[in-house]
Design a protein around this ligand. Structure first.
Ligand code: ISL
Length: 552
């Protein structure tokens, strides 16, 4: 087996299974639904799919809480359906990467059930279980989790607590225990032997905890993270997975590097360290909030975005591989975000954003619906939301009054459910996603924004994405060229050059809803415009105009 860098030429489409396509018409997306849409993905031009979790799960966090790593959640289909999907993907030249969620399991996993039932069970040490302070009256320390809750849950009325950095139903695994690591390796081999092409590794930077389990002061959002983000044995664990498993397959891994700095991330992807193939970092999605907390909204400024992009593009160039994304299942929709407009100027906005990130160095990811410019959900009440995070934060803000104004103001705009509304295939009652009421409200703009319309209209965002993909495929300048920021300080224009030898690709994007004049535009008069979201061009950049130019 020869290991290759195929992932550097991949264009990855993320499928969130419960919202993509409902094959058996029960209101929930499923694997047969995905199979029925593979020709659509082929037409778009992507050559890899990242599938959010389809494993058996009580679905407290929509599958990011796994109760059986070797089987499929029944309402999504069977293992045979999965095998069929994989083979149909491969037939079409589309690879598949699975979501690997091994920082935690579900509390319904048999390991956890055994662990809490019996203090002497060998599974007790699969989890992080500690005696509480004051004979169990207080949690072992003051850490809090990602979903607005304390990170420890008491086990019955015993003195012991288990750690859960996410929901209560997501107990953290104890990676210090070699048996846990062997279990993870077996799971990896199981799916790789079935033919999957790699893994998107959920919150992988959290797996190693500082064993002192110290409290932190003062406690701010996600208290304690300094003791488990990029923890002491993270690199050792990842290298172990690499040598024992990944080295034997032509597979790739992309690590979700929550809260990692550039230097920390570099160590994860430096090829000679043999840890991960690429990283997924979030600095750019934090450009419109304070302290990395999305509820503390901050007005977007493209200068901040340029700074972050420049830092990661230059920082990783020649060191390790990056991923490129503007949406995923945890983020609100990109159109209407990053200073753009999701109403009258939605189409030009979506094309401009797509262009700006697509030609950076790294592997582009497209989140389902992004390619037709789907917008945030139209939620009116907390009862419209399904996400455990939204409900936890909402409940917390009813108890901690200081949070209430922030949450009330931002919840509907930032909730993860914005990205999870059913995929809009056509203008029928449930948008062609299902024939019955789906698990989450369909966006009322489905008559105007749907796949059918996009396929009919040759100027649609979908057809524009096809062009982005085909221009990128096989283009060595975009793959390997250096990144040069052309206008660091301009408050509306994001312009950069990718350069390899004397060949250049230049991208100029106007992040403003107003026309903008700048002499930079004339500097490239002798370059050819190969892609743009407007048909005519002058010295003035039109609202949200984008241009891609080449000199070869
Ligand atoms: O969604 C977030 C904030 O709203 C992030 O902080 C998110 O929790 C973080 O990026 C980790 O996400 C991943 O692991 C979670 C799961 O809920 C997410 O869907 C997943 O992408 C726990 O498994």
């Amino acid at each position: 087996m020869k290991k290759t860098d195929w992932y550097k030429d991949a264009i990855i489409y993320q499928i969130y299974p419960r919202s993509f396509c409902d094959g058996n018409k029960d209101g929930l997306g499923d694997i047969p639904g995905i199979i029925s849409k593979l020709d659509y993905l082929k037409e778009l031009g992507v050559n890899c799919v990242w599938l959010s979790p389809v494993y058996d799960s009580p679905q407290e966090d929509n599958g990011y809480d796994i109760s059986n790593y070797r089987d499929i959640y029944k309402p999504f289909g069977t293992l045979d359906d999965f095998k069929k999907m994989l083979s149909e993907m491969h037939k079409r030249g589309i690879r598949l990467i699975m979501d690997l969620v091994v920082n935690h399991t579900s509390s319904e996993h048999k390991w956890f059930k055994e662990a809490i039932k019996d203090k002497n069970s060998p599974y007790r040490d699969y989890y992080i279980i500690k005696k509480g302070r004051k004979n169990g009256a207080k949690a072992p320390n003051n850490w809090s989790g990602f979903f607005g809750e304390k990170a420890w849950e008491r086990i019955g009325d015993s003195e012991d607590y288990y750690l859960h950095l996410f929901a209560k139903g997501q107990p953290d695994l104890n990676w210090e225990n070699p048996k846990v690591r062997e279990e993870v390796k077996d799971i990896l081999r199981y799916w790789l032997d079935l033919g999957v092409d790699g893994f998107r590794c959920d919150v992988i930077t959290l797996i190693s905890k500082d064993q002192r389990f110290k409290s932190v002061f003062p406690t701010i959002a996600i208290a304690g993270h300094q003791y488990y983000v990029n923890g002491p044995r993270l690199h050792e664990y990842l290298h172990e997975l690499y040598t024992d498993v990944y080295a034997n397959y032509d597979c790739m891994t992309v690590g979700e590097t929550v809260l990692s700095t550039l230097d920390q991330a570099k160590d994860l992807v430096l090829p000679e360290r043999q840890e991960l193939s690429m990283i997924f970092n979030f600095d750019h999605t934090d450009t419109d909030n304070h302290f990395g907390v999305k509820y503390f909204y901050k007005k977007f400024d493209v200068r901040k975005l340029k700074k972050v992009v420049n830092k990661w593009q230059q920082g990783l160039h020649g060191c390790g591989w990056n991923s490129l994304f503007i949406e995923n299942h945890d983020q609100r929709r990109s159109v209407g975000r990053f200073g753009t407009d999701d109403k009258e100027l939605r189409e030009v906005s979506a094309k401009m954003l797509g262009t700006t990130y697509f030609f950076l160095q790294g592997t582009p990811f497209i989140y389902q619906g992004q390619e037709i410019g789907m917008t945030n959900g139209d939620f009116q009440s907390i009862n419209d939301l399904q996400d455990v995070e939204a409900h936890n934060i909402y409940n917390l803000s009813r108890k901690v009054k200081i949070l209430k104004p922030f949450v009330d103001k931002t919840l509907f705009n930032v909730t993860r459910d914005n990205a999870r509304t059913p995929m809009q295939w056509d203008n029928s009652e449930f948008a062609g996603f299902s024939d019955v009421e789906p698990w989450l409200k369909v966006n009322s703009n489905k008559d105007a924004i749907n796949v059918n319309e996009s396929l009919k209209n040759e100027d649609s965002i979908f057809h524009y994405y096809q062009k982005l993909i085909s221009f990128r495929k096989g283009n060595e300048i975009i793959k390997d060229g250096e990144y040069i920021d052309l206008l660091k300080h301009h408050k509306h224009i994001f312009a950069y050059k990718r350069k390899l030898g004397d060949k250049e690709v230049v991208v100029i994007s106007n992040f403003s809803n107003k026309p903008v004049l700048n002499k930079l535009v004339n500097q490239f008069d002798n370059y050819e415009i190969v892609l743009s979201n407007y048909k005519t061009h002058s010295d003035v950049l039109k609202p949200y105009e984008t241009r891609v130019l080449i000199n070869y």
